[in-house]
Design a protein around this ligand. Sequence first.
Ligand code: OSB
Ligand code: MG
Length: 376
Amino acid sequence: MHVERIELRYIQLPLKHPFETSFGRSFRRDTIVVRVWADGVEGWGESPVEDGPWYSYETVETAWHVQREFLVPMLLGQEVETATQVFDRLAGVRGHNMAKTGLEEALWDVEARQKGVSVAQLLGGTRERVASGVSIGIQDTPEELLERIEGFVKQGYRRVKIKIKPGWDVEIVRAVRRAFPDLPLMVDANSAYRLSDAEHLAALDEFDLMMIEQPLAYDDIYEHSLLQRRLRTPLCLDESIHTPAQARAALELGSCRIINIKPGRVGGLMQARRIHDLCLERGVPVWCGGLLEVGIGRAHNVAIASLPGYTLPGDISASDRYFERDVVDPPFTLNHDGTITVPTGLGLGVEVDLEFLEHVTVRRETFTPAGAGLTG
Ligand code: OSB
Ligand code: MG
């Protein structure tokens, strides 16, 4: 694939409901959509950054900077044999996995279109539908949380994840469990606890949770291994895992028994597949996490989740759980059995709604080998 042209778009899409985690509340999705042209074929990807460095150190502005000054020049005018090589080609830039992801995903889309297959097929996906879960933020009251859960359960979601933090944890989970005794349920702390909270967290063991996601520091692997020994409930790591080597370390140390793989967090689909392969080999279940992606990143997440090791329902919900209107057509919808269908069309298998995308674009820049970026 000869990379001819790259376009970056900073887009802002209002969320239907504010999303609150232990690190704050967001009302709008600020993210970067990437479009790449190679051999006359265009492909799309998403760098699922946020407006501030809360979940990750990356933001819209850091990603834009790193893409514009470093990553785009490494690819533009260059020959890339297959999308599997893109992440390694960008390895000279340390970290900045979200910045890399949009570019890498776009080349998977191009390659799939060229080969006449879907991105899921190109990745080696084996599922026609992926099980869909929903991640519900911290609410103002327990009653509101129960009401929201009921709504999602009625829609058919296969499991519910609730966000917890000190002061919104054991008693909340007890109330949810009482109201929904058989619901596949898990919690995500987004690093809100310390190892000294081990005893408090052990109180969650009685609620038959599928897992506790990322209770300790965002950059810790070791202390999670100490915590895991004190809990019956499996731990799942999210923020702490950015590379296959970190995944291996966490599994060797017993820091978790499940891994949440987000393409955006690990630098794209190839790195996601490498972590998937490592876990599959060891019999460790994985699932596809989410970063409130718009339809483009969501399509890539659905594609990677069709690989055989993704055995648990992911944070891949329907478009209408997040947005009034998505940037792809058709939007992603939930089937009656709580799954999302893996598109079988070329590439992403959904069309980007260019008119609506234009409407939500707040900054755009196009790069060609000839030189200067064209700002629009
Ligand atoms: O920790 O998994 C997380 C959203 C933004 C940042 C971090 C997380 C999340 C979610 C939402 O839990 C997952 C989704 O529905 O996309
Ligand atoms: Mg998480």
